[in-house]
Design a binder for this molecule. Structure first.
Ligand code: F6R
Length: 603
């Protein structure tokens, strides 16, 4: 949450920073700002609202300079307003700061500085960083940043400029991501790789409490004791195109359409000597008597799917817990527990905390992560990567699908090692997986009919999702996707639970989306369908339910044939398209739903 970018080089900083902010807008979009060094001081322009508002402010008041920092905000302390937007500059106009994170002891620091006569301009926690840095500044910006870091409690990724050092950008982080990109025409700091991809794919990943001193032609690193550090760049494989809309109206639609490729790439890396396979081979699953999967939001839903798959294939007790609950419940995990973390960003605050809690209790941790070099990836004992490429839309689609296919492979591998399936059965399951990309592509061909159906659904006040067993777990994801982008009230229920309370909510003008991929339970879900129809609901049935017929109350989307365990990979695509087109027909800003941001780096 909140995106930061900085540039120092030979080119004009403003267009580079604005371009970078556009790629980071998914991290927050209630206000944006920019500060550029321009002799003899900083030019700061900041504006409440979307980045477009900042752009028009800059058009009216052009700013020149070759070093600057920019920020796109998701408000935590202080409402979205011009004054609360970043960058924040100390009252002597000496130090400018952009911040991603939360400063937990900001009140104490603010009171301390106010007693020293310093006047604050904003209600943010972040302003204390600029004010404290100015207060401590002794002519050496590195010393100052070290002192400030030592004084701050909480989480921060910071980009800092000082008027006395007009060619130097400073970066430091703790518990929030920050990367440094290097190129022939200058160097960058950013919250995420897509912000700099247009200029470079050579990246330094900053670790907690490491400080980078960045100039046009050099990047130097220091630890918090001011000792120099040696770091090397990594080459990122993501391309510039992968972070562009490529002609689609929204990133979300583009990312939905990319899923066949993403499934193929992720699978490739997990079999036949691919990088993930090597990692999986090194995990001795026989050491463990329990698996705990923990994650947030959609990643949690992928974990709910995985619980069914793990228990079915590996016959190992598997629990899936919300990371925000796991971290505070004094979880019962020990060295005989394998804790699996799932995270697209690898920077979700609750998932990081859950991972650290699990490690502190002696559990082994294995992460399923999309962003290379992220905190979860680095700190977990084992890490396998989804090959989803950069995901820009706030609502996850392709990363979710990549998580599913990787988790299936995990379950298959572990099942063999546990002696629960034979090599022959393994081959059969893997070959079933290899057909998923093609089947996903077949579903995407039904886009027009799903779009048409969704366009008739914009008027519903409530939409319920039901399923049983693994279909229930994907119902959770369908419901989350719909509510987050369409703002229609929605809940997911296990079909059998309807008559224990929820059915009282079913009336005219209710839609029930029923998922039925499980032949054993098809009859049961069809009974649920009858029950809701007789109470006035309409039904969208997704699956391969041969006994169902379309009529004025029931519409059907038929999925390609697929075993029950892997069917979520197909049903979810219908659910994603349905949500997307409901939101599109309501004319909503799909890639940036209200109040949300991607990469939830604050608690
Ligand atoms: C929903 C969505 C979120 C994320 C959640 C976890 O569409 O995208 O619910 O799944 O914030 O994020 P990561 O996977 O980055 O840990």
């Amino acid at each position: 949450m909140c995106g930061i970018i900085g540039y120092v080089g030979s080119e004009s900083a403003v267009p580079i920073i604005i371009e970078g902010l556009k790629k980071l807008e998914y991290r927050g979009y209630d206000s944006a700002g920019i500060a550029v060094y321009n002799t003899p001081g900083f030019k700061v322009v900041k504006q409440k609202g979307r980045l477009a508002a900042l752009e028009s402010a800059l058009n009216g008041c052009p700013v020149y300079g070759t070093m600057g920092i920019g920020h796109t905000r998701w408000a935590t302390h202080g409402e979205p307003s011009d004054i609360n937007s970043h960058p924040h500059v100390g009252s002597k106009n000496k130090i400018a700061v952009v911040h991603n994170g939360i400063i937990e002891n900001y009140r104490q620091i603010k009171e301390y500085l106010e007693r020293k006569g310093i006047t604050f301009a904003s209600q943010t926690d972040s302003e204390v960083i600029a004010q404290l840095a100015e207060y401590y500044y002794n002519g050496d910006i590195l010393d100052t940043v070290i002192r400030v870091s030592n004084a701050l409690e909480g989480s921060y990724a910071l980009g800092i400029m000082c008027v006395n050092e007009p060619d130097t950008l400073i970066a430091v982080k703790k518990d929030n991501p920050l990367i440094i990109g290097v190129s022939g025409s200058g160097n960058f700091i950013a919250s995420d790789v897509p912000a700099v991809l247009k200029h470079t794919n050579k990246i330094y990943y900053l670790n907690d409490k490491e400080i980078a001193v960045i100039q046009k032609d050099s990047v130097r690193f220091f630890n918090i004791g001011k000792e120099p550090l040696q770091k090397s760049t990594e080459t990122v494989s993501w391309t510039v195109d992968s972070a562009e809309k490529g002609g689609y109206p929204h990133f979300m639609l583009k990312e939905i359409m990319e899923q066949p490729k993403v499934l193929r790439d992720t699978l490739r890396s997990s079999v036949d000597g691919g990088d993930n396979e090597k990692v999986l081979d090194s995990v001795d699953i026989t050491r463990f008597n329990r698996v705990v999967i923990t994650a947030c939001g959609s990643a949690y839903n992928a974990g709910v799917v995985a619980k069914y798959v793990f228990e079915r294939l590996c016959r190992i007790l598997t629990e899936t817990e919300l990371a925000s609950e796991f971290r505070y419940k004094n979880a019962i995990v020990d060295e005989k527990t394998l804790v699996i973390l799932i995270s697209q960003s690898g920077e979700t605050a609750d998932t990081i905390a859950a991972m650290r809690e699990a490690k502190a209790k002696g559990a082994a941790t294995l992460s399923v992560v999309n962003v290379v070099g992220s905190t979860v990836a680095k700190e977990s004992d084992y890490c396998v990567y989804t090959a989803a490429g950069p995901e820009i839309a706030v609502a996850t689609t392709k990363a979710f699908s990549a998580q599913l296919i990787l988790l299936y492979t995990l379950a298959i591998r572990f099942s063999v090692k546990l002696g629960k399936i034979t090599r022959l059965e393994e081959t059969a399951l893997l070959s079933e997986l290899s057909l998923l990309p093609e089947k996903a592509a077949d579903i995407l061909k039904q886009v027009d009919s799903i779009q048409k159906y969704a366009s008739e659904c914009v008027g519903y006040k409530s939409i319920f999702f039901i399923g049983r067993n693994i279909d229930y777990s994907i119902a959770l994801e369908g419901s989350l996707k719909l509510k987050e982008i369409s703002y229609i009230h929605s809940e997911a229920y296990a079909g059998g639970e309807l008559k224990h309370g929820t059915i009282s909510l079913i009336e005219d003008n209710t839609l029930v989306v029923a998922i039925s991929t499980n032949k054993r339970l098809a009859g049961k879900i069809m009974s649920n369908v009858e029950q809701v129809i007789s109470r006035g609901a309409k039904v969208l049935l997704i699956g391969n339910c041969s006994e169902a017929e379309e009529n004025e109350k029931v519409s059907i989307v038929t999925l390609p044939e697929c075993g029950e365990l892997f069917s979520p990979s197909l049903s979810v695509i219908v659910l994603q398209l349905f949500s997307y087109y409901v939101a599109a027909n309501k004319g909503l800003e799909i890639d940036k739903p209200r109040n949300l941001a991607k990469s939830v780096t604050v608690e």
